[in-house]
Ligand binder design. Structure first.
Ligand code: NAD
Ligand code: G3P
Length: 349
């Protein structure tokens, strides 16, 4: 299927960077996988494995590990940025110093920066000087690295302000196991991917408390309602939340054993405190910082986000998880679609 083969740098050698490097190598691209831990890069080059993040997976020969960012970027014009949201500014600062040509930056991270309330594409535009930035593309959707690395069928969406760039990235990644759709709504794609982690934490909590599938279905549905309300108020197309970056990612993250956000929530529901949980995970749990950012965004846009609000109080104000569920269930009665209709009405005025 792919026509053009290229040299591409994947920045970040955790689970997602490594799984996406495999997709690109399967498409016959020359992939440079950069990571900041030398022993991990040695393992990638000498044993063709990255066992901490993807145990039992053999990496294709087309992937070479790099511990020097300068060497990884040599002659490169396309980079895939696959580090946690909190590391993005620091990594871009290094790239800015080393890049010699304008770059196409594809980000695959799912977060919003607390306090600045910027989406990741906005952080990239802020950090990279215009002369070093060709386009920014986001790739998001229901996609656990563990399954992508086993070449199980997966679908994702790509978006950009420049749809020609999004289509080019669609072509780089698409193959028989990894189907890529375009979506012109970059705000919706980024917001859907970031906010589903909040709901997955909450779904893990209710599972940890021993509540059943009714509670999980309620969280997924009402979670989608509050993601749609905020996203629409921020300018997203509400239809995006019915797509891969919306309900698709919400379903997979709330129901999969692979989800770090769900697993972290599950431990909270079983009684561990936040510090214990994060120490035990060993991988990034984006939903914690994103809960703070979404709580701030809800205030900024005057949008009602009861699940986000409840989780914020659990994570940052020490509120008991069981009490939080009781508070959510005992709120003033309301109509199912009222708030979204109000937001849409205000958009149309
Ligand atoms: N794992 C998945 O299935 C998956 C799928 C879709 C999206 N994502 C998103 O991709 C992003 C990365 O997640 P992940 O799953 O690969 O995380 P991870 O915890 O598996 O790996 C993160 C990697 O980033 C590296 N890193 C951390 N701080 C760094 C820094 N300052 N400089 C350089 N490297 C640094 C770590 O060493 C590690 O290699 C997250 O935003 C996540 O939400 C993950
Ligand atoms: O493991 P999680 O919870 O970080 O989720 C990973 C992906 O975002 C799922 O699409």
């Amino acid at each position: 299927m792919p026509k053009e083969t290229k040299s591409i740098a994947v920045i970040g050698a955790g689970s997602w960077g490594t799984a996406l490097a495999m997709v690109l190598a399967d498409n016959h691209h020359e992939v440079r996988l950069w990571g900041h831990k030398k022993n991990q890069i040695n393992e990638i080059n000498e044993q063709h494995t990255n066992r901490k993040y993807l145990p039992e997976i053999e990496l294709p020969a087309g992937i070479t590990g790099y511990s020097s960012l300068g060497q990884a970027l040599e002659g490169i014009t396309d980079i895939i940025l696959a580090v946690p949201t909190k590391a993005i500014r620091g990594v871009l600062g290094q790239i800015r110093e080393l890049a010699k040509k304008p770059l196409m930056v594809v980000h695959v991270s799912k977060g919003i920066e607390p306090d600045t309330l910027l989406r990741i594409s906005e952080m990239i535009e802020e950090e990279m000087p215009a002369e070093l930035l060709k386009d920014v593309v986001v790739l998001s959707g229901p996609s656990h690295a563990e399954e992508v690395s086993q070449r199980h069928p997966t679908t994702v969406a790509v978006s950009s302000k420049n749809m020609a760039a999004a289509e080019r990235i669609q072509d780089l990644f698409i193959n028989q196991n990894f189907r890529v759709y375009t979506n012109p709504d970059i705000v919706g794609v980024e917001i859907g991917g970031a906010l589903k982690n909040i709901i997955a934490l909450a779904a893990g909590i209710t599972d940890g408390l021993g509540y059943g599938d009714n509670a999980k279905a309620a969280l997924i549905t009402r979670g989608l309602a509050e993601i749609s309300r905020l996203g629409t108020a921020m300018g997203a197309n509400p239809l995006t939340f019915s797509g891969l970056a919306g309900i698709g990612d919400l379903i997979v993250t709330c129901t999969s054993i692979h989800s770090r956000n769900w697993r972290a929530g599950n431990l909270l529901g079983k009684g561990q405190n936040l510090n214990e949980v994060l120490e035990n995970m060993g991988m990034i749990v984006e939903g914690v910082r994103t809960t703070k950012a979404a709580f701030q965004l809800a205030e900024k846009y005057s949008v009602n986000m009861p699940i986000t609000n409840a989780l914020y109080n659990v994570l940052f104000n020490g509120r008991n998880v069981k009490e939080s569920v009781d508070i959510l269930m005992n709120r003033t009665k309301t109509a199912e679609m009222e708030d979204l209709f109000n937001v849409l009405d205000s958009r149309l005025k």
